[in-house]
Design a protein around this ligand. Structure first.
Ligand code: ADP
Ligand code: NG1
Length: 460
């Protein structure tokens, strides 16, 4: 196909994998550690550098049309997340990192088998693959951590305010092991998964494109606001919802006095709040219960608490696609984040200690995670809830949505000896169509093992 598109043959190939997040949902952009593994499915790009400035992209999938532009004039349209824009994000990230204005061109043919908009990070695999393609064409070197950080930042050119989990695992993954990904500084630690269980991905077949909707960014903004509000409450700022007499001020009066001089207006992430207060995640849950109210906040109340105008809220805190949001559920989002962050650490500890009932304990954490995503974070959907129930009914010890949610996939932990009957029963219960035919099992329901990270294949 490359030959028929460009009349030449590729000089090298790059692959970058998708991932399944085992636990730790919607907490990477709050600064908390997550626990994903790479999947075998990936984006693969065949590349031929050229001597002109022409960048020509083609795709093996006819749904993604050919695209060409000048490599030294990259424009990314945030309002339309067309496929080639993800490629341009990766390219632009590398270009900016090296401060290059004149990039030479290339011919690229993109192929991918990660189901798109399904929570398995097809978008980040494409961004990371394009980043590594560009680095290779330039003949430069960067560490995997540098590449992950550059691509995490540059994927935001598409308009989503993601946290960096997907790009990190795409580069730092190693075959045979899941990873605990920690941020600031970015690092990845091996997590040995139980040998007696298998992780199974099931696609709800509901697609949710993050960049084409505002669901994802609204959650990021709610977390951002939840990180600021408690500390401007309780006498540090007048006019807050409980007139400055909340329990937070009594419980943490000394801590607040100590940190009063810090610039809370600069705090963006819930993890920073915890670090500044120097207290545990369990204590943060208590602080949240005292400092935030369960009723939704409206923009006026938020502005009162922060001492800013509506215009400042819109332009200085909110992203372009969340400026008209009228309801922010800060209490529920913060509770999800702190409890989910604690579950990730518990999951890792159980994997290290490997108690006899390990699979059951890990399953319980995954079930709790799904409940919190569904009820507190509201990022599930009826199809995902149904799929999770079906997976549990047919033998999963735990099952949860994975990735951003609102559609996409579930991940289940299934005892190895139950795998064949689990696959058969779930297939029948969820994928059997009304006309009696079955959706293709291979793409929708499959067991997965920790795969390796991004790679360049050079011709011998
Ligand atoms: P995900 O959860 O899979 O990252 P997103 O909705 O964020 O989902 O991104 C999906 C988008 O990524 C697709 O609409 C498409 O633009 C792009 N994409 C994914 N896979 C491919 C591919 N193989 N070729 C071209 N573009 C792709
Ligand atoms: P998906 O939609 O599954 O690729 C997104 C974010 C992650 C993370 C998860 C939720 C991007 C590129 N990805 O992943 O950073 O926040 O949602 O845990 O924004």
């Amino acid at each position: 196909m490359f030959n028929s598109k460009f009349g030449s043959i590729p000089k090298f190939y790059v692959r970058a994998p998708g991932r399944v997040n085992i636990i730790g949902e919607h907490i990477d952009y709050c600064g908390y550690s997550v626990l994903p593994m790479a999947v075998e499915q990936d984006v693969l790009i065949a590349v031929e550098p050229v001597k002109t400035y022409a960048l020509q992209l083609a795709n093996t999938n006819p749904l993604y049309p050919d695209f060409s532009t000048s490599a030294n004039n990259i424009q990314i349209d945030k309002t339309k997340p067309l496929w080639h824009n993800y490629f341009l994000c990766g390219l632009k990230g590398i270009q900016e990192h090296f401060g290059l204005s004149n990039l030479t061109g290339m011919n690229c043919l993109v192929d991918g088998n990660i189901p798109p908009s399904s929570g398995l990070s097809s978008s980040s695999a494409l961004v990371c693959c394009a980043g590594l393609v560009t680095l290779t064409v330039l003949g430069r070197n960067l560490s995997k951590v540098e590449l992950a950080e550059i691509c995490a930042k540059s994927e935001r050119y598409i308009g989503t305010e993601g946290g960096g989990m997907d790009q990190s695992i795409s580069f730092l993954a190693e075959e045979g092991t899941a990873k605990l990904i920690e941020f600031s500084p970015l690092r990845a630690t091996d997590v040995k998964l139980p040998s007696g269980a298998v992780f199974v991905i099931a696609n709800s077949c509901v697609e949710m494109n993050k960049a084409a909707t505002s669901h994802f960014n609204i959650r990021v903004m709610e977390c951002r606001l939840a990180a600021k509000i408690p500390f401007l409450c309780g006498g540090l700022q007048t006019g807050c919802w409980n007139s400055g007499v909340c329990h937070l001020c009594i419980l943490f009066g000394e801590l607040l006095a100590k940190y009063k001089s810090l610039q809370w207006d600069k705090v963006l992430r819930l993890e920073e709040v915890q670090a500044k207060l120097g207290i545990s995640l369990e204590e943060m849950l208590l602080v949240t219960e005292d400092a935030l109210h369960p009723e939704p906040y409206n923009p006026e109340e938020i502005c009162r608490c922060l001492g800013i105008s509506l215009e400042e809220l819109r332009t200085q805190i909110l992203s372009p696609n969340t400026q008209d949001v009228l309801i922010f559920k800060l209490y529920q989002r913060a509770k999800h984040v702190y409890s989910e962050a604690a579950r990730v650490l518990q999951f890792k500890k159980i994997c290290e200690e490997a108690p006899e009932n390990m699979v059951q304990l890990l399953g319980e954490l995954m079930n709790q995670s799904h409940m919190s995503c569904r009820d507190m974070y509201e990022c599930s959907c009826p199809e995902l809830d149904q799929l999770v129930d079906i997976c549990r009914k047919f033998g999963a010890q735990g099952s949860r949505l994975t990735g951003a949610g609102w559609g996409g996939c579930t991940v289940s932990i299934v005892p190895a000896d139950k795998l064949p009957s689990f696959l058969a029963n779930v297939h029948k219960a969820y994928y059997q169509r009304s006309d009696g035919s079955l959706a293709p099992e291979k793409q929708s329901l499959f067991a997965t093992k920790p795969g390796g990270g991004a790679l360049v294949f050079l011709e011998a």
